[in-house]
Design a protein around this ligand. Structure first.
Ligand SMILES: *[C@@H]1O[C@H](CO)[C@@H](O)[C@H](O)[C@H]1NC(C)=O
Ligand SMILES: *[C@@H]1O[C@H](CO)[C@@H](O)[C@H](O)[C@H]1NC(C)=O
Ligand SMILES: *[C@@H]1O[C@H](CO)[C@@H](O)[C@H](O)[C@H]1NC(C)=O
Ligand SMILES: *[C@@H]1O[C@H](CO)[C@@H](O)[C@H](O)[C@H]1NC(C)=O
Ligand SMILES: *[C@@H]1O[C@H](CO)[C@@H](O)[C@H](O)[C@H]1NC(C)=O
Ligand SMILES: *[C@@H]1O[C@H](CO)[C@@H](O)[C@H](O)[C@H]1NC(C)=O
Ligand SMILES: *[C@@H]1O[C@H](CO)[C@@H](O)[C@H](O)[C@H]1NC(C)=O
Length: 487
């Protein structure tokens, strides 16, 4: 996985200075060959030996093995243990040798890195190991062709030399090492230069070089959001989304609806993490199987969302009500754990468990607040024995106050569901219907400002928000019952 050294033109100078500083001081980044330039790997790192704690598991890249002959290893007093440990790993290391970085070998538990260049073999106790961070890098030793042409993803010792190894020929008498780890100069089509098991410099025309393959996309699956640990990054901001006045200029009581549209900034950020390549498309699936929209890893995905909320109220003729749609704008962080699956071009996958923090800015708790119902003729408040109307109580209380009622022709145009619902309503004037939010995301077709009378349109399908709420059904069924009584 590679992070591009992406210097903006104007920042070029700054980048140069930083690059200079980082090469002259500690630069543990591992460079990788891409089609056009050297990149910095996000998943490999040169780990200084003084930062290496053997008790803390770190995956160090292995270049070969040393076969242990019986009875040779006095470190293993126990016979059973000895017979098991027959191969000891040879780790990839690099050391500063005559002022250039040279790749070599650190034998299993030895604390020296043995390298060579220009015939001078040296073992250093100040050196660096090649670490595969979290085992996240997909690396392979790939055979060099006869021209020693390197592949995309080739791992560099510094900026010119590649990490390479030579396979110890089978015809060698009782070889102890399977491979000799060394350096290949990428410039002069030179040889692979290494230290053999007798401590002498050798070179070879054939061998492997170390290549890292980058994933093409990620899959963040089985995401578990730890809601109890949720935290507000910024205090919640109460916002007025819209003020509307809904009026009934008609002849009869009606359930009126208005779609209030509003726009807000939505953003989601799943964080950055070492060993994950920023900029890759990432699919996300929650632990319960719900898929979330794709994101670009490491980027804050922002969008301006426009949604609509359908406000409904039942009004007597000649009355109106002011409605304020309120919400809280929130910016919260939730810790999560998930399985990150890296997908590669050849359909291979690598997965590992990660944890992080998701940050989301969004609107929550969208609620309409109803003012008192007033007469359109003189703006005085309609007397009522109960508290000001809300979505839940308005229809039943206002219907109870109904005195004048013309049996209108349109009764027959009312939807069939109304009469079905009537059976269940059972004349309960105090019936409380929970407020219902209607399909906000799809209810944007009407924003012409004027409230729509369900009655006048004669059909629910013309309402700004397609589906009538339970509220509307009950209100109109009550109305039907009353009309039925009168006629
Ligand atoms: C709604 O009205 C309140 C005052 O009643 C005002 O402060 C607010 O800016 C208005 N909001 C919108 C979105 O019109
Ligand atoms: C899965 O969980 C999310 C939030 O944790 C929730 O919004 C969604 O409704 C759930 N889906 C299912 C199918 O349970
Ligand atoms: C999300 O990404 C996956 C993998 O790249 C792709 O197959 C899918 O079509 C994407 N989905 C959307 C909605 O863009
Ligand atoms: C959202 O709208 C603001 C202005 O209201 C604009 O500056 C911004 O670029 C928009 N963002 C996106 C992602 O469209
Ligand atoms: C309703 O809003 C209008 C203007 O939007 C205002 O003039 C009127 O006083 C408000 N009425 C009530 C009862 O709040
Ligand atoms: C906004 O959040 C606060 C604190 O959590 C809460 O008391 C308030 O009711 C919320 N506002 C709305 C409109 O729900
Ligand atoms: C306002 O007008 C309504 C009828 O339109 C009437 O019933 C009510 O008594 C009037 N209120 C006042 C205070 O004039």
């Amino acid at each position: 996985m590679f992070r591009q050294r992406n210097c903006h033109f104007a920042l070029g100078l700054l980048c140069c200075i930083i690059a200079l500083l980082s090469t002259s001081t500690a630069d543990n980044s591992v460079h990788i060959l891409s089609k056009y330039q050297l990149l910095t790997s996000t998943t490999l790192k040169w780990l200084p030996i003084q930062h290496y704690n053997p008790n803390e598991f770190k995956e160090i890249v292995i270049g070969g093995f040393e076969n242990i002959a019986d009875g040779e290893d006095e470190n293993y007093a126990n016979q059973a243990e000895k017979s098991e440990v027959r191969r000891r790993p040879l780790y990839v290391c690099r050391a500063m040798h005559n002022s250039i970085w040279v790749a070599g070998t650190q034998k299993d538990k030895e604390r020296v890195c043995t390298v060579t260049m220009y015939g001078s073999v040296q073992s250093y106790d100040k050196y660096e190991l090649l670490e595969n961070i979290d085992g996240a890098a997909r690396i392979a030793w790939i055979r060099l062709d006869k021209y020693l042409q390197s592949h995309v993803g080739a791992v560099y010792v510094d900026n010119k030399m590649l990490v390479a190894r030579h396979m110890v020929p089978k015809d060698k008498k009782e070889p102890r090492y399977t491979h000799y780890i060394g350096t290949l100069s990428s410039e002069n089509f030179g040889n692979i230069i290494y230290v053999n098991e007798d401590g002498k410099e050798e070179s070879a025309k054939s061998g492997d070089h170390l290549v890292e393959t980058e994933p093409i996309r990620y899959e963040l699956s089985s995401v578990k959001l730890n809601w109890p640990k949720r935290r507000d990054v910024k205090p919640r901001i109460s916002r007025i989304l819209s003020n509307v006045t809904i009026t009934n200029h008609g002849e009869e009581p009606a359930s009126l609806a208005e779609a209030c549209t509003y726009t807000y900034k939505y953003s989601i950020y799943w964080g950055r993490r070492h060993a994950i390549l920023n900029g890759l498309i990432t699919t996300i699936t929650l632990a319960n199987g719900t898929s979330l929209p794709n994101i670009t890893w490491g980027m804050r995905d922002e969008e301006n969302r426009t949604e609509a909320y359908n406000v409904q109220v039942f009004l007597e003729p000649g009355t109106g009500v002011n409605v304020t749609l309120k919400a809280n704008y929130t910016d919260t962080e939730v810790p999560y754990s998930a399985t990150l699956i890296s997908h590669y071009e050849d359909s291979a996958t690598l997965s590992r468990v990660i944890s992080g923090t998701r940050q989301e800015e969004t609107l929550l708790d969208i609620v309409p607040e109803f003012g008192p119902i007033y007469f359109l003729s003189n703006y005085s408040v309609v007397p009522t024995t109960v508290s000001p109307p809300t979505t839940t109580e308005t229809p039943t209380t206002t219907i109870a106050a109904t005195t004048t009622m013309q049996p209108p022709q349109e009764t027959t145009h009312r939807p069939r569901q109304a009469s079905n619902a009537a059976d269940t309503v059972d004349h309960d004037e105090n019936l409380i219907v929970p407020p219902k939010k209607i399909d906000i995301s799809t209810s944007m077709q009407n924003d012409d400002g004027g409230p729509l009378s369900l009655k006048n349109k004669g059909d629910y399908s013309n309402v700004a928000c397609a589906k009538p709420s339970l509220l509307t059904l009950i209100a109109s069924s009550l109305l039907l019952l009353i009309l039925h009584r009168i006629t």
